[in-house]
Design a protein around this ligand. Sequence first.
Ligand code: SAH
Length: 350
Amino acid sequence: MTNRERIDRLEREKQLAKEDWVQLLSTFTAEDREYAAEKARKISTGIFGKDIYFRGIVEFTNICKNDCYYCGIRRSNEAVSRYRLTLEDILECCQEGYESGYRTFVLQGGEDGWFTDERMEEIIRAIKERFSDCVVTLSIGERSRESYQRLYDAGARRYLLRHETASPVHYAKLHPAVQTLANRMRCLNDLREIGYQVGCGCMVGSPYQTADDLAEDMLFMGEFRPHMIGIGPFIPHSQTPFRDFTAGSVETTLMMLSLCRIMIPEVLLPATTALGTVRGDGRQEGVLAGCNVIMPNLSPLSVREKYMLYDNKVGTTDSAADGMARLAAQMEEIGYRMVSGRGDSPRMSK
Ligand code: SAH
């Protein structure tokens, strides 16, 4: 089979055999990538038109008990100055975002034990009370099922938890032994069963990753069928054990994004900040490869430099309004437009 035939088959059957994934992901050419991107773009505009949804990320704590080898805010990085936002800070970020048209707020942070269920419930309820037409999304890592249920009951409706890599062996090379893929998967399944719209995803080009691992990611995502998929290139952070590894390939990231769109047509697919970091026009390229979501930063400018998951992260100096204006211009340049709204998964309205 040629790679074009593999892409055609994926479009028809919505999944490929492992061996075809490995072949496709290890041998695709620039032409194959354009072939996939064109299909992905057509599928995306068929469902979402030229509308790009935006979600505001509030990075409310950079304190983390975990020690992921790739991440700049890992516990062992003693050079980071740590912070927690107060409820008032968080509401202020949301207010600023609300005025710029944001209707989804993503609370993202390290796994910070200070944010107990009680404290998270208070935050979620306060946001829902003040911005009743908005959706609260959480991205706060692994918790118990009971905890996920409580936060859902408090009003959170979406949860982003990248699986990072679907291969247990590769997972063990990116994390200390106490962090397991099995628990990550347990979390994803709990979240889905509770009723959240769930986002999973992986990094492209993380250390020791092979085409076989990427094939496992595609097999897993095709089976799990998340509402959202976050994929970005790995970018080294100078204060982590992976400081000397090179960043993941933009081309492979774009190819993975297009293939996700073809495999799960209605999936919400963000053109990630990491993609915009490795290449200035990365987020435009992402949209042209089939992405339909952008997640700008709404964190207070005073803490942005402290939420460095990787080096040179973009968007650390723009206010909510400036960031939005810049992205809107970038989208217009390629014939798309940022639209205000909750941007629910099309699956939810069916
Ligand atoms: N603590 C939360 C949020 C993690 S940060 C959680 O566990 O889900 C969000 C994502 O940033 C991570 O899931 C990871 O995929 C990505 N990330 C972290 N470090 C990175 C790096 N060095 N390069 C690229 N992406 C990175």
